[in-house]
Design a protein around this ligand. Structure first.
Ligand code: GLP
Length: 249
């Protein structure tokens, strides 16, 4: 079996397991004087992973000096200073608290002119390739089966691009924006093919409200209607679940 699931009692136990794998990879790369390229996700799912990595930095001396990061997505349009931006999220939950070099942080830019977005996205994918590819990609999953913001209909060959958000996704984001109408209608996201090129993928899902989409993702037919199902074809993906997200498997 290529891919497998690991199931934990709680999201917090699962998050420690994920942080430990990331820390081991960072240290292994450091021992070889190599950089470690991490693909990072936002949303509530990875928050405890970042908390644990910050703790390891503060208490165990884990250094991020060799770490290069590429985030999955950003709303469009969106400024970096906006508290609802994924830039702000990453600063708050991770980057402000560790020794990563600012020039090693990459997050899609939600302020890029519409006329320049396509080229910007091509450049983003090229930058990932020039960094040596993503060693480890963290993913959450949306109720629509999106990874990053690859909504239903996303092609397996899609690269980084600007997309229109699904209505369900905008409803799920509405509390952060004080109403669905205030949620941006678009986003820039790494593509499905960008994600699938990662050498290692960890998809995180916690809670009963993820149980149905997790079942479809892991056991359902591979289809662009549920873009996360493309992970079934990736040769080094682990679905990290709590007992509630795994309850329908
Ligand atoms: C957003 C993000 C996704 C994330 C999803 C699930 O749509 N763009 O990357 O996986 O939300 O969020 P949560 O982890 O809060 O359930």
């Amino acid at each position: 079996e290529k891919n497998h699931n690991v199931i934990f009692k709680s999201a917090s136990d699962a998050s420690k397991y994920v942080a430990e794998e990331i820390a081991q990879l960072i240290r292994f790369k450091q021992s070889r004087y190599e950089s470690c390229v991490l693909g990072l996700a936002t949303g509530s799912s990875p928050i405890k992973v970042y908390e644990e990595l910050v703790r390891m930095h503060q208490e165990d001396g884990l250094s991020f000096h060799n770490v290069i990061t590429f985030n999955l997505d950003e709303y469009y349009p969106m400024t970096k200073e906006n508290r609802q931006s994924y830039h702000y999220f990453m600063q708050e939950h991770l980057f402000n608290h560790v020794d990563i070099r600012p020039e090693n942080i990459n997050i899609p830019d939600g302020t890029i002119l519409l006329s320049q977005v396509n080229q910007y996205c091509i450049d983003y994918d090229n930058k990932i390739k020039q960094a040596g590819g993503i060693d480890l990609q963290l993913l959450g999953i949306g109720r629509t089966g999106h990874v990053g913001f690859n909504e239903p209909g996303s092609h397996i060959n899609s690269g980084t691009r600007i997309i229109t958000l699904d209505h369900i996704t905008r409803i799920d984001a509405s509390s952060a924006f004080n109403g669905t109408a205030n949620v941006p209608k678009r986003a820039i996201t790494m593509g499905v093919s960008t994600i699938l090129r990662s050498k290692r993928i960890l998809l995180l899902a916690w809670g009963q409200n993820k149980a149905e989409i997790i079942k479809r993702t892991i056991q359902g037919e591979i289809t662009s209607e549920v873009p996360a199902t493309f992970l079934q074809n990736h040769n080094n993906t682990t679905f990290v679940l709590d007992q509630f997200a795994a309850s329908e498997l």
